[in-house]
Design a protein around this ligand. Structure first.
Ligand SMILES: Nc1ncnc2c1ncn2[C@@H]1O[C@H](COP(=O)(O)OP(=O)(O)OP(=O)(O)O)[C@@H](O)[C@H]1O
Length: 299
């Protein structure tokens, strides 16, 4: 099979940087972490084993093993083009939507392989939601309808009386309720970028996922909106397992408890150099390449 996508569309995004590289490590050390809500841990544990991925004949991931425990925010970090987004898409079966894409290995959600023939894709995507880089609410649909838009797609029903409660609950969890409670019938497109991203998080939560995947959810947002989303991540961490791709090292340090550092060297497929507790990855990594990356020496 051949790669059908225009290679120019695949070039790494040269516009992405990891912030103020000169003082990164001291800044990371000095930055307070986002408060994580307390309470019983919900969510599910996701385990990727020996995951490799291809686009046509181009192998882009090599034997990736990673456990993403329930109640934990895992940050995927690494230079552009090392396969972080591909890995994220494999975690909820979106990779297979791309023509000529292939993969090997397994992904288990609380023990069940999501790629088993018996598993319905819609159920997998309900349990493992995705928030994208660019907020993508339905712009002409009302705020309220945006929140419940995923229910129909996943075959879930909610009673008329339960609907209002669900909308309020999800918007509250996404940190948006107070700002929009009197604007329920306005279109989603009328919100600011940061509000739209929180609306998308509320929409993801409405189908009651066990895992939320976030692909650079703040890269299109201003610092205030970014901070608000980071707080939301902290508030959600105990009830939904979160996996976030970020180029912002300070953000990774603030929101995650675990980090995985991906690298693809000289045209070889991406792999995980090192993963572990975020504090260790930033202050005392085992591999010198991890140290160099988190200190902004490359990437
Ligand atoms: N649809 C596609 N078709 C073919 N190759 C692709 C496709 N998407 C990504 N790739 C290639 O797969 C490799 C990994 O890309 P991926 O987007 O997963 O990396 P990334 O680490 O998330 O990068 P970035 O940080 O820039 O988003 C790159 O070489 C990329 O060019």
């Amino acid at each position: 099979m051949s790669i059908e996508t225009n290679p120019e569309q695949l070039a790494p995004d040269s516009g992405k940087h990891i912030g103020d590289v000169t003082e990164l490590l001291p800044a990371v050390r000095a930055t307070a972490t986002v408060p994580v809500a307390s309470g019983p841990i919900k969510g599910s544990t996701l385990i990727a084993e020996a995951v490799s991925a291809w686009f046509g004949t181009h192998k882009v991931l090599e034997q990736v093993d990673l456990t993403m425990p329930a109640g934990t925010v895992t940050a995927l970090i690494g230079p552009s083009g090392c396969g972080k987004s591909t890995f994220l898409r494999i975690l909820n079966r979106m990779h297979e939507l791309i023509p000529a894409a292939a993969l090997a290995g397994s992904v288990r959600l609380d023990g069940d392989d999501i790629y088993d023939a018996g598993h319905r894709i819609t159920e997998t995507r309900r349990r493992i939601g995705m928030v994208f880089q660019k907020p993508n609410p339905f712009p002409t649909m009302t705020i309220a309808d945006n929140v419940t838009a995923g229910l129909k797609l996943t075959g879930q029903r909610v009673s008329r009386s339960g609907r209002d409660g669900l909308i309020e609950e999800c918007l509250t969890k996404a940190g948006l309720w107070r700002e929009v409670k009197d604007r329920m019938n306005e279109p989603g497109g009328a919100l600011s970028g940061g509000q739209q991203q929180r609306l998308c998080i509320a929409r993801s939560l409405a189908v009651r996922p066990d895992v939320l995947l976030m692909d650079e959810p703040c890269s299109a947002l201003d610092p205030t909106s970014t901070r608000r989303i980071e707080e939301t991540i902290g508030e959600l961490a105990h009830e939904v397992t979160i996996v976030i791709v970020t180029h912002n090292m300070q953000q990774a340090a603030r929101v995650s408890q675990q980090c995985a550092f991906f690298l693809a060297e000289q045209g070889t497929p991406g792999y995980i150099v090192e993963s572990g507790e975020t504090a260790t990855i930033f202050s005392n990594p085992q591999d010198p390449r991890t140290y160099d990356y988190v200190n902004g020496r490359f990437g």
